[in-house]
Design a protein around this ligand. Structure first.
Ligand SMILES: Cc1cc2nc3c(=O)[nH]c(=O)nc-3n(C[C@H](O)[C@H](O)[C@H](O)COP(=O)(O)OP(=O)(O)OC[C@H]3O[C@@H](n4cnc5c(N)ncnc54)[C@H](O)[C@@H]3O)c2cc1C
Length: 526
Protein backbone atom coordinates (compact mmCIF):
# COMPACT_ATOMS: atom_id res chain seq x y z
CA UNK A 1 0.00 0.00 0.00
CA UNK A 2 1.30 3.48 -0.88
CA UNK A 3 0.22 6.61 1.02
CA UNK A 4 0.21 9.80 -1.08
CA UNK A 5 0.25 13.19 0.61
CA UNK A 6 -0.87 16.70 -0.41
CA UNK A 7 -2.96 15.59 -3.39
CA UNK A 8 -5.00 18.50 -4.65
CA UNK A 9 -8.77 18.15 -5.00
CA UNK A 10 -10.89 21.14 -6.01
CA UNK A 11 -13.52 22.22 -3.46
CA UNK A 12 -16.37 21.29 -5.80
CA UNK A 13 -14.75 18.12 -7.21
CA UNK A 14 -15.92 14.54 -6.52
CA UNK A 15 -13.40 12.33 -4.62
CA UNK A 16 -13.85 9.69 -7.37
CA UNK A 17 -11.60 11.80 -9.62
CA UNK A 18 -8.71 11.07 -7.26
CA UNK A 19 -8.29 7.58 -8.80
CA UNK A 20 -7.12 8.82 -12.18
CA UNK A 21 -5.08 11.64 -10.62
CA UNK A 22 -3.18 9.20 -8.37
CA UNK A 23 -2.58 6.76 -11.25
CA UNK A 24 -0.96 9.62 -13.17
CA UNK A 25 1.15 10.67 -10.19
CA UNK A 26 2.35 7.13 -9.46
CA UNK A 27 2.72 6.17 -13.12
CA UNK A 28 0.87 2.87 -12.81
CA UNK A 29 -2.66 1.42 -12.61
CA UNK A 30 -4.17 1.24 -9.14
CA UNK A 31 -6.40 -1.55 -7.77
CA UNK A 32 -7.87 0.73 -5.13
CA UNK A 33 -7.72 4.36 -4.01
CA UNK A 34 -8.99 5.43 -0.58
CA UNK A 35 -9.29 9.00 0.69
CA UNK A 36 -7.74 8.94 4.19
CA UNK A 37 -7.74 12.62 5.14
CA UNK A 38 -8.79 15.94 3.62
CA UNK A 39 -7.97 19.43 4.87
CA UNK A 40 -9.02 22.76 3.39
CA UNK A 41 -6.00 24.74 2.18
CA UNK A 42 -7.17 28.33 2.64
CA UNK A 43 -3.85 30.14 2.36
CA UNK A 44 -4.90 31.89 -0.84
CA UNK A 45 -8.52 33.06 -0.89
CA UNK A 46 -8.66 33.04 -4.69
CA UNK A 47 -7.25 29.52 -4.97
CA UNK A 48 -8.62 27.29 -2.24
CA UNK A 49 -8.68 23.49 -2.45
CA UNK A 50 -8.66 20.29 -0.39
CA UNK A 51 -5.22 18.92 0.38
CA UNK A 52 -5.72 15.14 0.57
CA UNK A 53 -3.94 12.09 1.92
CA UNK A 54 -4.77 9.02 -0.16
CA UNK A 55 -3.95 5.30 0.21
CA UNK A 56 -3.40 3.48 -3.10
CA UNK A 57 -2.90 -0.19 -3.95
CA UNK A 58 -0.71 -0.36 -7.07
CA UNK A 59 -1.15 -3.13 -9.68
CA UNK A 60 2.49 -3.12 -10.73
CA UNK A 61 5.77 -1.22 -10.33
CA UNK A 62 5.23 2.46 -9.44
CA UNK A 63 6.98 5.19 -11.48
CA UNK A 64 6.29 8.39 -9.53
CA UNK A 65 6.01 11.52 -11.66
CA UNK A 66 7.41 14.88 -10.55
CA UNK A 67 7.48 15.86 -6.89
CA UNK A 68 4.78 13.61 -5.48
CA UNK A 69 5.07 13.00 -1.72
CA UNK A 70 4.50 9.37 -0.72
CA UNK A 71 5.59 6.52 1.50
CA UNK A 72 4.65 2.88 1.79
CA UNK A 73 2.37 2.00 4.68
CA UNK A 74 1.03 -1.19 6.22
CA UNK A 75 -1.53 0.95 8.13
CA UNK A 76 -0.92 -1.02 11.35
CA UNK A 77 -4.12 -1.28 13.38
CA UNK A 78 -4.20 -0.89 17.15
CA UNK A 79 -5.08 -4.06 19.04
CA UNK A 80 -5.87 -4.17 22.77
CA UNK A 81 -3.51 -6.68 24.47
CA UNK A 82 -4.95 -10.09 25.34
CA UNK A 83 -5.52 -10.28 29.13
CA UNK A 84 -6.83 -12.85 31.59
CA UNK A 85 -9.99 -11.28 33.09
CA UNK A 86 -10.10 -11.43 36.89
CA UNK A 87 -10.97 -9.33 39.95
CA UNK A 88 -13.48 -6.55 40.44
CA UNK A 89 -12.82 -3.32 38.57
CA UNK A 90 -14.72 -0.06 39.06
CA UNK A 91 -14.49 2.94 36.74
CA UNK A 92 -15.55 6.33 38.09
CA UNK A 93 -16.95 8.62 35.40
CA UNK A 94 -18.62 7.90 32.05
CA UNK A 95 -16.83 10.59 29.99
CA UNK A 96 -14.62 9.62 27.03
CA UNK A 97 -11.87 8.28 29.34
CA UNK A 98 -14.22 6.17 31.46
CA UNK A 99 -16.31 4.91 28.53
CA UNK A 100 -13.32 3.80 26.47
CA UNK A 101 -11.71 2.14 29.51
CA UNK A 102 -14.96 0.29 30.18
CA UNK A 103 -15.43 -0.75 26.55
CA UNK A 104 -11.92 -2.19 26.18
CA UNK A 105 -12.08 -4.04 29.52
CA UNK A 106 -15.58 -5.36 28.87
CA UNK A 107 -14.41 -6.81 25.54
CA UNK A 108 -11.73 -8.71 27.48
CA UNK A 109 -14.36 -10.16 29.81
CA UNK A 110 -13.63 -7.96 32.88
CA UNK A 111 -17.27 -6.94 33.56
CA UNK A 112 -16.48 -3.39 34.81
CA UNK A 113 -18.84 -1.36 36.99
CA UNK A 114 -19.13 2.28 35.87
CA UNK A 115 -20.13 4.81 38.54
CA UNK A 116 -21.55 8.08 37.26
CA UNK A 117 -22.72 10.86 39.58
CA UNK A 118 -24.96 12.31 36.85
CA UNK A 119 -27.98 10.90 35.07
CA UNK A 120 -28.21 8.91 31.86
CA UNK A 121 -28.41 10.74 28.51
CA UNK A 122 -32.17 11.38 28.35
CA UNK A 123 -32.45 12.47 32.00
CA UNK A 124 -29.40 14.65 31.46
CA UNK A 125 -30.84 16.38 28.40
CA UNK A 126 -33.93 17.24 30.48
CA UNK A 127 -31.79 18.63 33.37
CA UNK A 128 -29.74 20.77 30.97
CA UNK A 129 -32.93 22.07 29.32
CA UNK A 130 -34.35 22.97 32.76
CA UNK A 131 -31.15 24.86 33.53
CA UNK A 132 -31.18 26.74 30.22
CA UNK A 133 -34.92 27.54 30.43
CA UNK A 134 -35.38 28.22 34.13
CA UNK A 135 -31.90 28.68 35.61
CA UNK A 136 -32.37 25.68 37.92
CA UNK A 137 -28.98 23.98 38.30
CA UNK A 138 -28.70 20.30 39.21
CA UNK A 139 -25.25 20.00 40.77
CA UNK A 140 -24.84 16.37 39.69
CA UNK A 141 -26.51 16.28 36.28
CA UNK A 142 -25.50 19.20 34.06
CA UNK A 143 -23.20 20.22 31.18
CA UNK A 144 -20.16 18.73 32.99
CA UNK A 145 -21.68 15.69 34.72
CA UNK A 146 -23.76 12.79 33.44
CA UNK A 147 -23.61 10.10 30.76
CA UNK A 148 -20.83 10.79 28.26
CA UNK A 149 -19.12 13.33 30.56
CA UNK A 150 -18.24 16.88 29.58
CA UNK A 151 -17.99 15.97 25.90
CA UNK A 152 -21.68 15.09 25.44
CA UNK A 153 -22.88 18.69 25.38
CA UNK A 154 -20.03 19.97 23.25
CA UNK A 155 -19.01 20.78 19.73
CA UNK A 156 -17.62 17.24 19.53
CA UNK A 157 -14.39 18.33 17.86
CA UNK A 158 -12.13 15.30 17.72
CA UNK A 159 -8.81 16.81 16.65
CA UNK A 160 -5.96 16.36 19.10
CA UNK A 161 -2.35 17.44 19.47
CA UNK A 162 -1.18 14.00 20.61
CA UNK A 163 0.34 11.35 18.38
CA UNK A 164 -0.85 7.86 19.28
CA UNK A 165 -1.90 4.84 17.24
CA UNK A 166 -5.02 4.47 19.45
CA UNK A 167 -6.49 7.69 17.90
CA UNK A 168 -7.65 5.86 14.78
CA UNK A 169 -9.16 3.12 16.94
CA UNK A 170 -11.11 5.78 18.91
CA UNK A 171 -12.45 7.39 15.71
CA UNK A 172 -13.46 4.00 14.30
CA UNK A 173 -15.32 3.15 17.52
CA UNK A 174 -17.19 6.47 17.34
CA UNK A 175 -18.26 5.60 13.78
CA UNK A 176 -19.30 2.08 14.86
CA UNK A 177 -21.53 3.66 17.52
CA UNK A 178 -23.20 6.13 15.16
CA UNK A 179 -20.85 9.05 14.33
CA UNK A 180 -20.62 10.10 10.65
CA UNK A 181 -17.90 8.33 8.61
CA UNK A 182 -16.50 11.74 7.59
CA UNK A 183 -14.63 11.85 10.92
CA UNK A 184 -12.27 9.20 9.54
CA UNK A 185 -11.07 11.47 6.73
CA UNK A 186 -11.60 15.09 7.85
CA UNK A 187 -8.49 16.86 9.14
CA UNK A 188 -10.69 18.62 11.70
CA UNK A 189 -13.26 15.91 12.53
CA UNK A 190 -16.36 16.87 14.51
CA UNK A 191 -19.50 15.04 15.65
CA UNK A 192 -21.81 17.63 17.26
CA UNK A 193 -23.80 17.35 20.47
CA UNK A 194 -26.96 16.07 18.76
CA UNK A 195 -25.20 12.93 17.45
CA UNK A 196 -22.88 12.46 20.46
CA UNK A 197 -25.85 11.87 22.75
CA UNK A 198 -26.86 8.71 20.89
CA UNK A 199 -23.23 7.62 20.37
CA UNK A 200 -22.57 7.48 24.14
CA UNK A 201 -25.86 5.66 24.73
CA UNK A 202 -24.92 3.03 22.11
CA UNK A 203 -21.52 2.58 23.79
CA UNK A 204 -23.22 2.05 27.14
CA UNK A 205 -25.53 -0.62 25.65
CA UNK A 206 -22.59 -2.51 24.16
CA UNK A 207 -20.68 -2.44 27.48
CA UNK A 208 -23.77 -3.80 29.27
CA UNK A 209 -24.26 -6.51 26.65
CA UNK A 210 -20.67 -7.64 27.36
CA UNK A 211 -21.33 -7.98 31.10
CA UNK A 212 -20.53 -4.47 32.37
CA UNK A 213 -22.95 -2.40 34.44
CA UNK A 214 -23.66 1.29 34.94
CA UNK A 215 -24.76 2.90 38.19
CA UNK A 216 -26.05 6.39 37.29
CA UNK A 217 -26.79 9.06 39.92
CA UNK A 218 -24.18 7.32 42.07
CA UNK A 219 -20.96 9.00 43.19
CA UNK A 220 -17.67 7.73 44.52
CA UNK A 221 -17.61 9.32 47.99
CA UNK A 222 -14.57 7.67 49.63
CA UNK A 223 -11.83 5.10 49.18
CA UNK A 224 -10.62 2.52 51.72
CA UNK A 225 -6.91 1.75 51.94
CA UNK A 226 -4.75 -0.78 53.74
CA UNK A 227 -0.95 -0.53 53.77
CA UNK A 228 -0.92 1.92 50.84
CA UNK A 229 -3.15 -0.30 48.69
CA UNK A 230 -6.78 0.08 47.68
CA UNK A 231 -9.12 -2.25 49.57
CA UNK A 232 -12.56 -0.95 48.61
CA UNK A 233 -14.65 2.13 47.92
CA UNK A 234 -17.70 3.91 49.32
CA UNK A 235 -20.46 5.01 46.99
CA UNK A 236 -23.28 7.49 47.53
CA UNK A 237 -26.71 7.48 45.92
CA UNK A 238 -27.42 11.06 44.84
CA UNK A 239 -31.20 10.74 45.41
CA UNK A 240 -31.08 10.10 49.18
CA UNK A 241 -27.36 10.45 50.04
CA UNK A 242 -27.41 6.80 51.24
CA UNK A 243 -23.87 5.40 51.35
CA UNK A 244 -22.68 1.82 50.86
CA UNK A 245 -19.33 0.06 50.66
CA UNK A 246 -18.30 -1.76 47.50
CA UNK A 247 -15.57 -4.35 46.95
CA UNK A 248 -13.01 -3.24 44.41
CA UNK A 249 -9.64 -4.69 43.36
CA UNK A 250 -8.80 -1.92 40.89
CA UNK A 251 -10.26 1.56 40.52
CA UNK A 252 -9.97 3.80 37.47
CA UNK A 253 -10.64 7.46 38.24
CA UNK A 254 -11.95 9.14 35.09
CA UNK A 255 -13.69 12.02 36.85
CA UNK A 256 -12.92 14.96 34.54
CA UNK A 257 -11.71 18.38 35.66
CA UNK A 258 -14.91 19.43 37.42
CA UNK A 259 -15.05 16.71 40.07
CA UNK A 260 -13.45 19.09 42.55
CA UNK A 261 -15.00 17.55 45.69
CA UNK A 262 -13.73 14.11 44.65
CA UNK A 263 -10.23 15.43 43.95
CA UNK A 264 -10.09 17.02 47.41
CA UNK A 265 -11.25 13.75 49.04
CA UNK A 266 -8.59 11.76 47.15
CA UNK A 267 -5.84 14.21 48.14
CA UNK A 268 -6.87 13.87 51.79
CA UNK A 269 -6.61 10.10 51.44
CA UNK A 270 -3.03 10.48 50.20
CA UNK A 271 -3.24 10.32 46.37
CA UNK A 272 -0.15 12.18 45.11
CA UNK A 273 -1.02 15.31 43.09
CA UNK A 274 0.60 18.55 41.98
CA UNK A 275 -0.52 21.94 40.66
CA UNK A 276 -0.59 22.15 36.86
CA UNK A 277 -0.59 25.18 34.51
CA UNK A 278 -4.01 25.99 33.07
CA UNK A 279 -5.73 28.94 31.36
CA UNK A 280 -8.23 31.69 32.08
CA UNK A 281 -10.10 34.01 29.73
CA UNK A 282 -13.41 34.69 28.00
CA UNK A 283 -15.62 33.33 25.17
CA UNK A 284 -15.74 35.61 22.15
CA UNK A 285 -18.69 35.58 19.72
CA UNK A 286 -18.85 36.98 16.18
CA UNK A 287 -21.32 36.57 13.37
CA UNK A 288 -20.29 33.31 11.66
CA UNK A 289 -20.66 35.05 8.29
CA UNK A 290 -17.95 37.54 9.19
CA UNK A 291 -15.59 34.68 10.10
CA UNK A 292 -16.41 32.51 7.06
CA UNK A 293 -16.03 35.45 4.65
CA UNK A 294 -12.71 36.44 6.22
CA UNK A 295 -11.40 32.85 6.12
CA UNK A 296 -12.76 31.61 2.79
CA UNK A 297 -13.62 34.70 0.71
CA UNK A 298 -16.01 33.75 -2.11
CA UNK A 299 -15.66 30.02 -1.26
CA UNK A 300 -17.60 30.68 1.96
CA UNK A 301 -20.81 30.05 0.00
CA UNK A 302 -19.86 26.44 -0.82
CA UNK A 303 -17.84 25.42 2.24
CA UNK A 304 -19.11 24.56 5.74
CA UNK A 305 -18.91 27.36 8.40
CA UNK A 306 -15.23 28.24 8.84
CA UNK A 307 -13.24 27.42 11.96
CA UNK A 308 -10.17 29.43 13.04
CA UNK A 309 -7.22 28.96 15.34
CA UNK A 310 -5.28 32.07 16.38
CA UNK A 311 -2.49 32.95 18.75
CA UNK A 312 -0.17 35.85 19.46
CA UNK A 313 2.81 36.53 21.68
CA UNK A 314 3.19 39.88 23.44
CA UNK A 315 6.37 41.83 24.23
CA UNK A 316 6.18 41.04 27.96
CA UNK A 317 6.37 37.28 27.24
CA UNK A 318 2.65 36.61 27.71
CA UNK A 319 0.49 34.97 25.04
CA UNK A 320 -3.13 34.95 23.99
CA UNK A 321 -4.66 32.05 22.06
CA UNK A 322 -8.03 30.80 20.86
CA UNK A 323 -9.26 27.36 21.92
CA UNK A 324 -12.24 25.10 21.30
CA UNK A 325 -13.61 27.23 18.46
CA UNK A 326 -17.21 26.32 17.62
CA UNK A 327 -18.34 27.39 14.13
CA UNK A 328 -22.11 28.00 14.02
CA UNK A 329 -22.25 27.13 17.72
CA UNK A 330 -23.60 28.41 21.02
CA UNK A 331 -21.89 29.66 24.15
CA UNK A 332 -22.98 27.49 27.07
CA UNK A 333 -23.07 28.09 30.77
CA UNK A 334 -21.15 25.00 31.91
CA UNK A 335 -21.74 25.50 35.65
CA UNK A 336 -21.70 22.48 37.95
CA UNK A 337 -21.57 24.22 41.34
CA UNK A 338 -24.18 26.33 43.06
CA UNK A 339 -23.46 30.07 42.77
CA UNK A 340 -20.85 29.77 40.00
CA UNK A 341 -20.87 30.65 36.28
CA UNK A 342 -18.40 29.25 33.72
CA UNK A 343 -18.46 29.45 29.92
CA UNK A 344 -17.78 26.91 27.19
CA UNK A 345 -19.03 26.27 23.64
CA UNK A 346 -21.08 23.65 21.82
CA UNK A 347 -22.74 23.05 18.46
CA UNK A 348 -24.91 20.63 16.54
CA UNK A 349 -23.47 18.47 13.78
CA UNK A 350 -24.77 20.91 11.11
CA UNK A 351 -23.17 23.90 12.87
CA UNK A 352 -26.13 25.93 11.70
CA UNK A 353 -26.10 28.71 14.36
CA UNK A 354 -25.76 32.44 13.48
CA UNK A 355 -22.66 32.98 15.61
CA UNK A 356 -19.11 31.65 15.80
CA UNK A 357 -17.59 31.33 19.27
CA UNK A 358 -14.23 30.49 20.73
CA UNK A 359 -12.37 30.62 24.04
CA UNK A 360 -9.75 33.38 24.24
CA UNK A 361 -7.21 32.24 26.82
CA UNK A 362 -4.20 33.35 28.81
CA UNK A 363 -1.87 30.81 30.50
CA UNK A 364 -1.70 30.77 34.30
CA UNK A 365 0.92 28.92 36.36
CA UNK A 366 2.88 28.91 39.63
CA UNK A 367 0.02 30.10 41.82
CA UNK A 368 0.10 30.22 45.63
CA UNK A 369 3.67 28.99 45.91
CA UNK A 370 2.70 25.78 44.07
CA UNK A 371 -0.07 24.75 46.51
CA UNK A 372 -1.90 21.81 44.89
CA UNK A 373 -5.36 23.40 44.84
CA UNK A 374 -4.38 27.07 44.30
CA UNK A 375 -5.50 26.93 40.64
CA UNK A 376 -8.79 25.27 41.52
CA UNK A 377 -9.41 27.91 44.21
CA UNK A 378 -8.81 30.70 41.69
CA UNK A 379 -11.25 29.06 39.25
CA UNK A 380 -13.88 28.85 42.02
CA UNK A 381 -13.35 32.47 43.03
CA UNK A 382 -13.74 33.78 39.46
CA UNK A 383 -16.81 31.62 38.80
CA UNK A 384 -18.46 33.05 41.93
CA UNK A 385 -17.55 36.61 40.91
CA UNK A 386 -19.13 36.01 37.52
CA UNK A 387 -22.31 34.71 39.16
CA UNK A 388 -22.51 37.91 41.23
CA UNK A 389 -21.68 40.15 38.25
CA UNK A 390 -24.41 38.42 36.23
CA UNK A 391 -26.92 39.39 38.92
CA UNK A 392 -27.67 35.82 40.10
CA UNK A 393 -29.86 33.20 38.42
CA UNK A 394 -26.82 31.92 36.49
CA UNK A 395 -26.87 34.88 34.09
CA UNK A 396 -23.38 35.44 32.70
CA UNK A 397 -21.63 38.82 32.48
CA UNK A 398 -21.30 40.06 28.88
CA UNK A 399 -19.50 43.06 27.36
CA UNK A 400 -19.04 44.16 23.76
CA UNK A 401 -15.47 44.08 22.53
CA UNK A 402 -15.65 47.78 21.66
CA UNK A 403 -16.61 48.68 25.24
CA UNK A 404 -14.03 46.28 26.70
CA UNK A 405 -11.27 47.96 24.70
CA UNK A 406 -12.59 51.44 25.60
CA UNK A 407 -12.73 50.46 29.31
CA UNK A 408 -16.43 51.21 29.82
CA UNK A 409 -19.26 48.90 30.94
CA UNK A 410 -21.65 47.85 28.19
CA UNK A 411 -25.20 49.12 28.28
CA UNK A 412 -26.26 47.94 24.82
CA UNK A 413 -25.30 45.40 22.17
CA UNK A 414 -24.36 45.83 18.52
CA UNK A 415 -25.24 43.28 15.83
CA UNK A 416 -24.10 40.15 17.73
CA UNK A 417 -26.68 38.64 20.07
CA UNK A 418 -25.04 36.55 22.86
CA UNK A 419 -26.21 32.92 22.74
CA UNK A 420 -25.60 31.92 26.37
CA UNK A 421 -28.54 30.53 28.38
CA UNK A 422 -30.28 30.97 30.77
CA UNK A 423 -29.24 34.56 30.03
CA UNK A 424 -26.70 37.37 30.34
CA UNK A 425 -26.24 40.72 32.01
CA UNK A 426 -24.41 43.56 30.30
CA UNK A 427 -21.50 44.95 32.31
CA UNK A 428 -17.71 44.80 32.54
CA UNK A 429 -15.47 41.76 32.12
CA UNK A 430 -12.94 43.51 34.38
CA UNK A 431 -15.41 43.09 37.28
CA UNK A 432 -14.75 39.36 37.00
CA UNK A 433 -11.26 38.69 35.65
CA UNK A 434 -7.99 39.89 37.25
CA UNK A 435 -6.38 42.95 35.66
CA UNK A 436 -3.30 41.02 34.45
CA UNK A 437 -5.55 38.70 32.41
CA UNK A 438 -7.64 41.64 31.09
CA UNK A 439 -4.47 43.44 30.07
CA UNK A 440 -3.25 40.47 27.95
CA UNK A 441 -6.73 40.18 26.43
CA UNK A 442 -6.84 43.88 25.49
CA UNK A 443 -3.40 43.95 23.89
CA UNK A 444 -3.67 40.51 22.28
CA UNK A 445 -7.10 40.85 20.67
CA UNK A 446 -5.94 43.85 18.67
CA UNK A 447 -3.01 41.82 17.34
CA UNK A 448 -5.26 38.88 16.42
CA UNK A 449 -7.18 41.18 14.09
CA UNK A 450 -4.11 41.23 11.85
CA UNK A 451 -4.42 37.44 11.47
CA UNK A 452 -8.18 37.36 10.97
CA UNK A 453 -9.72 40.51 9.55
CA UNK A 454 -12.71 41.62 11.59
CA UNK A 455 -11.76 39.63 14.69
CA UNK A 456 -11.53 42.90 16.59
CA UNK A 457 -15.00 44.07 15.46
CA UNK A 458 -16.45 46.32 18.20
CA UNK A 459 -19.79 44.44 18.04
CA UNK A 460 -18.17 41.10 18.95
CA UNK A 461 -19.26 40.03 22.44
CA UNK A 462 -17.22 38.67 25.33
CA UNK A 463 -18.74 36.37 27.96
CA UNK A 464 -16.87 35.50 31.16
CA UNK A 465 -15.30 33.49 32.65
CA UNK A 466 -13.69 30.68 30.66
CA UNK A 467 -11.93 28.92 33.54
CA UNK A 468 -12.26 25.19 32.83
CA UNK A 469 -10.48 24.59 29.53
CA UNK A 470 -8.14 22.16 31.31
CA UNK A 471 -7.40 20.75 34.74
CA UNK A 472 -5.43 22.90 37.21
CA UNK A 473 -4.29 19.72 39.03
CA UNK A 474 -2.31 16.66 37.94
CA UNK A 475 -2.44 13.24 39.56
CA UNK A 476 1.14 11.99 39.62
CA UNK A 477 1.60 8.64 37.88
CA UNK A 478 4.62 6.63 36.79
CA UNK A 479 5.48 7.33 33.14
CA UNK A 480 6.14 3.66 32.36
CA UNK A 481 3.66 1.68 34.46
CA UNK A 482 1.06 4.49 34.65
CA UNK A 483 0.55 3.55 38.33
CA UNK A 484 -0.22 6.15 41.00
CA UNK A 485 1.26 6.00 44.52
CA UNK A 486 -1.80 3.98 45.67
CA UNK A 487 -1.62 0.35 44.59
CA UNK A 488 -4.71 -0.58 42.55
CA UNK A 489 -5.79 3.02 41.92
CA UNK A 490 -5.39 4.40 38.38
CA UNK A 491 -6.07 7.89 37.05
CA UNK A 492 -7.26 8.53 33.48
CA UNK A 493 -8.29 11.42 31.29
CA UNK A 494 -8.58 15.14 31.74
CA UNK A 495 -9.31 15.25 35.47
CA UNK A 496 -5.93 13.82 36.39
CA UNK A 497 -4.27 16.26 33.99
CA UNK A 498 -3.29 13.48 31.58
CA UNK A 499 -5.34 14.63 28.58
CA UNK A 500 -7.18 17.63 27.17
CA UNK A 501 -10.20 17.06 24.96
CA UNK A 502 -12.41 14.19 23.88
CA UNK A 503 -10.00 12.17 21.74
CA UNK A 504 -6.94 12.43 23.98
CA UNK A 505 -9.09 11.53 27.01
CA UNK A 506 -10.46 8.49 25.18
CA UNK A 507 -6.92 7.45 24.19
CA UNK A 508 -5.77 7.86 27.78
CA UNK A 509 -8.74 5.80 28.94
CA UNK A 510 -7.59 2.95 26.68
CA UNK A 511 -4.00 3.20 27.93
CA UNK A 512 -5.18 3.04 31.53
CA UNK A 513 -7.48 0.10 30.73
CA UNK A 514 -4.39 -1.73 29.43
CA UNK A 515 -2.48 -0.92 32.66
CA UNK A 516 -5.32 -1.69 35.08
CA UNK A 517 -6.25 -4.88 33.19
CA UNK A 518 -2.62 -6.08 33.31
CA UNK A 519 -2.46 -5.22 37.05
CA UNK A 520 -5.51 -7.41 37.77
CA UNK A 521 -4.37 -10.25 35.50
CA UNK A 522 -0.98 -10.31 37.29
CA UNK A 523 -2.45 -10.06 40.75
CA UNK A 524 -4.86 -12.95 40.34
CA UNK A 525 -2.54 -15.20 38.36
CA UNK A 526 -0.30 -15.65 41.45
C1 LIG B 1 -19.36 22.53 26.82
C2 LIG B 1 -18.09 21.78 26.52
C3 LIG B 1 -17.65 21.70 25.20
C4 LIG B 1 -16.50 20.99 24.90
N1 LIG B 1 -16.13 20.85 23.59
C5 LIG B 1 -15.12 20.02 23.26
C6 LIG B 1 -14.82 19.73 21.91
O1 LIG B 1 -15.49 20.19 20.99
N2 LIG B 1 -13.78 18.90 21.65
C7 LIG B 1 -13.01 18.35 22.64
O2 LIG B 1 -12.08 17.60 22.35
N3 LIG B 1 -13.27 18.62 23.93
C8 LIG B 1 -14.31 19.41 24.27
N4 LIG B 1 -14.60 19.65 25.58
C9 LIG B 1 -13.73 19.05 26.59
C10 LIG B 1 -14.03 17.55 26.71
O3 LIG B 1 -15.40 17.38 26.90
C11 LIG B 1 -13.23 16.95 27.84
O4 LIG B 1 -11.87 17.15 27.57
C12 LIG B 1 -13.48 15.46 27.98
O5 LIG B 1 -14.84 15.17 28.12
C13 LIG B 1 -12.72 14.91 29.17
O6 LIG B 1 -12.99 13.55 29.28
P1 LIG B 1 -12.89 12.74 30.64
O7 LIG B 1 -13.48 11.41 30.40
O8 LIG B 1 -11.50 12.83 31.15
O9 LIG B 1 -13.80 13.55 31.70
P2 LIG B 1 -15.29 14.05 31.61
O10 LIG B 1 -15.81 14.00 30.24
O11 LIG B 1 -15.32 15.35 32.32
O12 LIG B 1 -16.10 12.97 32.45
C14 LIG B 1 -15.97 12.82 33.82
C15 LIG B 1 -17.22 12.17 34.38
O13 LIG B 1 -16.95 11.80 35.73
C16 LIG B 1 -18.10 11.99 36.50
N5 LIG B 1 -17.72 12.15 37.91
C17 LIG B 1 -16.97 13.12 38.48
N6 LIG B 1 -16.81 12.89 39.81
C18 LIG B 1 -17.47 11.73 40.07
C19 LIG B 1 -17.69 10.97 41.25
N7 LIG B 1 -17.19 11.32 42.45
N8 LIG B 1 -18.44 9.85 41.17
C20 LIG B 1 -18.99 9.44 39.98
N9 LIG B 1 -18.82 10.14 38.82
C21 LIG B 1 -18.06 11.26 38.88
C22 LIG B 1 -18.73 13.24 35.92
O14 LIG B 1 -20.09 13.27 36.20
C23 LIG B 1 -18.41 13.11 34.44
O15 LIG B 1 -19.49 12.54 33.73
C24 LIG B 1 -15.75 20.37 25.93
C25 LIG B 1 -16.17 20.48 27.26
C26 LIG B 1 -17.34 21.16 27.55
C27 LIG B 1 -17.79 21.27 28.98
Amino acid sequence: MIRLFEIRMEITESPELLHGRCEKLLGCRLKSVKLVKRAIDARHKSDMFYSCTVDCEPEGQIRPAGRVKFRSTDDAEYAFPKLEPSGKIVIVGSGPAGLFSALMLARQGFCPTVLERGGEARERAAAVKRFFDEGKLDENTNIQFGEGGAGTFSDGKLNTGINDMRIRAVLKEFVRFGAPEDILIDAAPHIGTDILRSVVKNMRNEIISLGGRFLFNTALSDIMLEGGALRGIRIKKIADAAEADMECDALILAIGHSGRDTMRMLYKRGLAMEQKPFSIGVRIEHKQKLISDAMYGSFSKVLPPAPYKLWTHLDDGSSLYTFCMCPGGFVVNAASERGGVVTNGMSNNAREGENANSALLVNVSGLGGGAVFAGMELQEKLEKKAFAAGGGGYFAPVQTLGDFLAGKPSSRLGNVEPTIKPGYTLGSISDVLPEDICSVLRRGIVKLDKRLKGFCAPDAVLTAPETRSSSPVRVIRDRETLKTNIDGLFSAGEGGGHAGGITSSAVDGIRIAEAAGAFLSDRFSH
